[in-house]
Design a protein around this ligand. Structure first.
Ligand SMILES: C[S@@+](CC[C@H](N)C(=O)[O-])C[C@H]1O[C@@H](n2cnc3c(N)ncnc32)[C@H](O)[C@@H]1O
Length: 187
């Protein structure tokens, strides 16, 4: 058997360990910063009848704290088990929230099932963001709304937008007090 990990697997293992180690302190370190981004996103967005929502790289479920209601099914995936446990603590006993440990590049869902997908401050963690977008497209229904954010210190706005060039970009924002660009697109 070949026990050597590919560079991609090593990358993901390192990322997973990084977020496992950060998990307990994540909310304290980044909670306010992430909430600012999420508040901006939600002001621009009418989730209305969108009842099944996927958050890729959901972390400690800061998004779900803002959009939870009993009629919605919220599905979060993240590569870090420990960070998911922090999220799970917030929603103990709520049967309409599902948290799954999985890789954004291998989503454990069949084709074309989601009509709203969020991915907040995730994309810089992926070795090949355009390949990740293909996977996001695979699980999206036609016309699905994609809301993605990306760290400004990692990307120029054009570079960030180019990751999403295979979907229709409706709006992209560079807001002064936010650390991420905010992109709204449609598949
Ligand atoms: C900066 S945090 C953002 C978390 C959350 N979206 C928020 O707004 O607080 C990035 C998250 O992406 C997750 N992540 C990194 N690589 C991933 C991958 N390949 N698949 C799924 N999740 C991943 C990390 O474990 C971490 O929880």
């Amino acid at each position: 058997m070949n026990n050597k990990l590919s560079n991609v697997s090593k990358w993901k293992l390192t990322t997973m360990k990084h977020y496992n180690a950060l998990a307990k302190g994540y909310n304290e370190l980044y909670g306010e910063e992430q909430k600012l981004k999420i508040n901006f996103i939600l002001k621009e967005l009418d989730l209305g009848e969108k009842n099944i929502i996927l958050d890729i790289g959901c972390g400690t479920c800061i998004l779900f704290e803002s959009i939870y209601n009993k009629d919605r099914t919220l599905i979060g995936i993240d590569i870090s088990e420990k960070i998911l446990r922090e999220g799970w603590r917030k929603f103990k006993g709520k049967s309409n929230i599902m948290l799954v440990q999985a890789d954004a590049d291998h989503l454990p869902f069949r084709n074309k099932i989601f009509d709203t997908i969020f991915t907040i401050t995730l994309i810089q963690n992926l070795p090949n963001p355009k390949a990740t977008l293909q996977e996001i497209k695979r699980v999206s229904k036609k016309g699905a709304l994609i809301i993605a954010t990306g760290l400004k210190r990692k990307y120029e706005i054009k570079e960030f937008a180019s990751i999403f060039e295979e979907i229709t970009i409706k709006k992209i924002y560079d807001i002064e007090n936010l650390y991420d660009y905010i992109l709204y697109g449609v598949v």
